[in-house]
Write a protein that binds this ligand. Structure first.
Ligand code: NAD
Length: 507
């Protein structure tokens, strides 16, 4: 029992204007799906929120046909400047409806409102603003003058950041001139459907974005559809691998953003108070449902006991409970299935001989919950050191030298992210250079910016999202077709200037 208790401070749900049932969003309208509808529930108390349509193969076919029509007739013919106007409009509407989106996200996903309000939704708006700025500047994307859109993008996203993953997919695709069919995860469709209303409000031409809800079969129908030109998938490595096999040889362009088992490395000269906050943010942000979570703490042996004692003290102050309460630090686990997975892997950790410590939280009577947990005495061969738990569970390993830290950090099938905590800039650079991870944070963790590319090595996938690199995934370089002198002369003046500037830079 802590000395001071917080009074409940729930965010009001009255801002929501939810429907009892949601259809699919195809060709600018909500339409009934022909698959078997399903319920979306609040993971915090298992209450029913709304009924969601499931898209059958025939519905996916309708959605792809709508996207193709929109591509051929409007979106591919529109100037980048005009596409950018739509993206700016969407970004501003997201800001206007930010509180509503945050409440919908926390209700459906279980994440604390202070995260959806202060992290997810502001980043969603930032992603649309950022790519709105690119829409009329594609000649500067590093793909030569006049790069081309690919056509129809089929996109499938997971449940951990429903709206943010949607923004990571839709914003660059539209900026580059593609149209979209996107499938949200089956447990978190709600915010995507509120987003569909925003698209209507923004007057986005019908068919430019189509949202098909449903489970894995719907996702499979999207990625394997013959008229989809580009597949973008974020989710588990297992499903990513199956998709790569399925579309191999089809000529579709593919990006995969998959799982991770990131090392968060704390050296003995690190600013310890800051590192403790970074470790907490690294693995307990969003209940650890983060692909780039710092789920393996590598701590230098001589500061191990101090770090672990202080970490336990800090974790004992975290408040677990109602995701809509503004004081909540740890929300609900998104589904019963995910809770079972976390429980099973934690049990395996105990059986393997690691030492388990769990924060003393009061667990609510209904809903899906898992208290922050640390495993010490973890060996590199343990499953809890190798497999993605995707929950609020930290596996702690030790090291003595920088070389050992690097070897242990790289000893994983994944390579999405890593963190380095040290007082020495030279050490940050030397270690970062040898880590096989797509994103490396120094003296911070889990920071995201639309201008910064994000993506993995090895089983964490391939391709990058974010920044200029994120555009490349949705464009074909102009070098794929021969360019005549006449075409070069006809290129926009801005593009010609950029080529001249590059030549100048080389000299
Ligand atoms: P998942 O792979 O089970 O599901 C992801 C999505 O794929 C869902 O929409 C699901 O319905 C759909 N799907 C399932 N089977 C499919 C199939 N055969 N064909 C097409 N689509 C199919 O993953 P999850 O449990 O929802 O998400 C958690 C995983 O996502 C974790 O591994 C996490 O690391 C990863 N993730 C990665 C990133 C990244 O950027 N690298 C970001 C967020 C999450």
């Amino acid at each position: 029992m802590s000395f001071l208790e917080y009074a409940p401070a729930p965010e009001s749900r009255s801002i929501l204007n939810l429907r009892d049932a949601y259809g699919l969003f195809i060709d600018g309208e909500f339409v009934e799906g022909t698959g078997t509808s399903f319920a979306t529930i609040s993971p915090a108390d298992e209450t029913h929120i709304a009924t969601i349509s499931a898209a059958s193969e025939a519905d996916v076919d309708r959605a792809v046909a709508a996207a193709r029509r929109a591509y051929d007739r409007t979106w591919s013919k529109m100037s980048g400047r005009d596409r950018g106007k739509y993206l700016y409009r969407i970004a501003r509407l997201i800001q206007e409806r930010a509180r509503e989106l945050a409440v919908a996200e926390s209700l459906d996903n279980g994440k604390p409102i202070k995260e959806s309000r202060d992290v997810d939704v502001p980043l969603v708006a930032a992603w649309f603003f950022y790519y709105a700025g690119w829409a009329d500047k594609l000649d500067y994307a590093g793909l030569g003058a006049d790069p081309r859109a690919l056509g129809v993008a089929g996109q499938v996203i997971p449940w951990n950041f429903p709206l943010l993953m949607l923004a990571w997919k839709i914003a660059p695709a539209l900026a580059a001139g593609n149209t979209v069919v996107i499938k949200p995860a089956e447990t978190t469709s709600l915010s995507a459907l509120v987003f569909a209303e925003i698209l209507q409000q923004a007057d986005l031409p019908p068919g430019v974005v189509n949202i098909v809800t449903g489970a894995g079969a719907t996702g499979a129908a999207v990625v394997s559809h013959p008229d989809v030109d580009k597949v973008a998938f974020t989710g588990s490595t297992g499903v990513g691998r199956a998709i790569a096999k399925e579309i191999a040889g089809s000529g579709k362009k593919l990006t995969l953003e998959l799982g991770g088992k990131a090392a968060n490395i704390v050296f003995d000269d690190a600013p310890i108070d800051q590192a403790i906050e970074g470790i907490v943010n690294g693995i307990f942000f969003n209940q650890g449902h983060v692909c780039c979570a710092g789920s393996r703490l590598l701590v230098q042996e001589n500061v191990h006991d101090e770090v672990i004692d202080r970490l336990k003290q800090r974790l004992s102050t975290l408040r677990l409970g109602d995701p809509l309460d503004k004081n909540t630090d740890i929300g609900a686990i998104n589904s019963r299935e995910q809770l079972e997975r976390i429980r099973a892997l934690s049990k395996i950790g105990e059986d393997e001989g690691a030492e388990r410590w769990t924060a003393d939280c009061v667990i609510p009577d209904s809903g899906f919950w898992f208290a922050p947990t640390i495993f010490t005495n973890v060996q590199a061969s343990h499953r809890i050191a190798r497999e993605e738990i995707f929950g609020p569970v930290l596996s702690v390993l030790t090291f003595r030298t920088p070389a050992e830290a690097i070897a242990k950090a790289n000893n994983t099938p994944y390579g999405l992210s890593a963190g380095i905590w040290t007082d020495k800039g030279s050490r940050i650079l030397a270690v970062a250079d040898r880590l096989r991870a797509g994103v490396i944070w120094a003296n911070t963790f889990n920071r995201f910016d639309p201008a910064s590319p994000f993506g993995g090595y090895k089983e964490s996938g391939y391709g990058r999202e974010g920044g200029r690199h994120g555009l490349a995934a949705y464009l074909a370089p102009s070098s794929t077709r021969p360019r005549t002198r006449a075409a070069i002369a006809a290129a926009p003046a801005a593009a010609r200037t950029s080529r001249t500037a590059k030549k100048g830079a080389k000299r």
